[in-house]
Design a protein around this ligand. Structure first.
Ligand SMILES: *Cc1c(COP(=O)(O)O)cnc(C)c1O
Length: 398
């Protein structure tokens, strides 16, 4: 069975984890900082804060951006729940602007049209690995004084071209904060894990503080608990202070050892994914009832770190429902997935914010025809050809 996505774990990854297990630290040790530095260097950001998952990274991004009750956050409806939930975590209103029908990414024109005065941040998602039009999204957001958070969970190590110059997700001037996920289905993994990157030293320091209970142990950074007498008068090397209300969003040394090992192979993962995408495109362009993923800027193609191979299928023209197609593919060993159900149509969103069908017509139309085919580095050439031949014969085999 070929799943729609899968991790790549080699002997060197296992050796890295074993070495971490044999070291003095399982958590809060040197692997975390080393991973953060290597990751920041890779994407070209000044600071990185590694955390237990990308949902936590998005929550921290929202907190350091000072978003809260009375604020609105606009994101894409074509994303995983976390990109919107993070706004709800802090009592802000998660809102949605429609997607571009070609790239399935947040549309800057729709963003401007749906802007409301209370919008404090925009979360731009790089769906499938392809970046939305970040310069244009940032222009709209910043013209209103809002912060740009980039959800780069699908695009680790990837980038895009703008005005003939190449930029990396997390390392360009059109996002204030970027998050990545290391869930096993994503481009590289730490089991569970995530990271927040930013060039803003204050954001990074605040995220670091909130990652660990808002607690400070560093004697130089202690504010002093402020008592001249009583139980707090004596200050010593045991001191710790809670300076903010924080969380336990820590990642472990074991995970970061795996992350460092994966990071060394990330370029080869991206390259293999690009090869598979190119072969799929070449084969599927002949199918009139199937639309291959399209890129916004052709020059960006060689920079994209593809997480998903999501196609649009005209199920009516094919004469089969999506459920039938998925079952037929599964019976022949090809796993597929549907990504994503538009977030605004989830029951909790409809009940809590009154969102209705029709709010984001492009995302809803996209969802109706969406199917993600297997894509991961460990797929062999034979696996890829098997998917192509089985998908191509969906019509003939009725
Ligand atoms: C996977 C994903 C997340 C959440 O990542 P976790 O590490 O599982 O919390 C957030 N946004 C997008 C777009 C994702 O695909």
């Amino acid at each position: 069975m070929l799943p729609y996505g899968k991790q790549t774990i080699d002997d060197d990854d296992i050796a890295a984890v074993v070495a971490a297990l044999k070291s003095d630290f399982l958590t809060c040790g040197p692997e975390i900082e080393a991973f953060e530095q290597e990751f920041a260097a890779l994407v070209g950001a000044k600071h990185a804060v590694a955390v237990c998952n990308a949902t936590a990274a998005l929550h921290l991004a929202i907190l350091v951006a000072d978003v809260g009750v009375g604020d609105r956050v606009i994101t894409s409806p074509n994303t995983f729940l976390s990109s919107a939930n993070c706004a709800a975590f802090v009592g802000a209103i998660p809102d949605f602007a429609d997607i571009n029908p070609t790239t399935y990414n947040l549309c800057a024109v729709a963003l401007e049209q749906n802007w409301q005065e209370d919008t404090k941040a925009v979360i731009a998602v790089a769906y499938a690995g392809q970046s939305p039009d970040m310069p244009e999204i940032a222009r709209v957001a910043r013209s209103h004084g809002a912060i740009v958070i980039e959800d780069g969970c699908h695009g680790t190590g990837g980038g895009f071209v703008h005005n003939a110059q190449s930029y990396k997700i997390g390392g360009h001037p059109w996002a204030d904060i970027t998050t990545f996920s290391f869930h096993p289905v994503k481009t590289m993994t730490t089991g569970e894990g995530g990271i927040l990157v930013t060039d803003n030293a204050e954001y990074a320091a605040k995220a670091r503080l909130l990652r660990g209970h808002g607690m400070v142990r560093d004697l130089d950074r202690l504010k002093g608990l402020g008592a001249d007498e009583g139980p707090l008068a004596e200050q010593g090397p045991w001191m710790y202070e809670m300076q903010e209300l924080g969380y336990n969003y820590r990642i472990t040394d074991i995970q970061c050892a795996l992350g460092r090992s994966q990071l060394r192979k990330l370029p080869s993962f991206i390259e293999r994914r690009q090869e598979i995408v190119a072969r799929y495109n070449e084969a599927f362009v002949a199918l009139p009832w199937l639309q291959c993923p399209q890129v916004l800027i052709e020059a960006s193609r060689s920079h994209i770190s593809w997480h998903l191979y999501s196609v649009q299928i005209d199920f009516e023209a094919l004469g089969k429902s999506r459920t039938e197609v998925m079952a037929e593919l599964r019976a022949q060993g090809v796993g597929t997935q549907v990504l994503y159900i538009p977030v605004h149509l989830q029951p909790w969103y409809r009940e809590t914010y009154g969102y209705e069908v029709g709010k984001c017509p492009n995302a809803e139309a996209y969802y109706a025809q969406a199917l993600s085919l297997p894509l991961y580095p460990k797929m062999t050439a034979a696996d890829v050809e098997k998917v192509i031949s089985i998908v191509s014969s969906l019509r003939a085999s009725e």
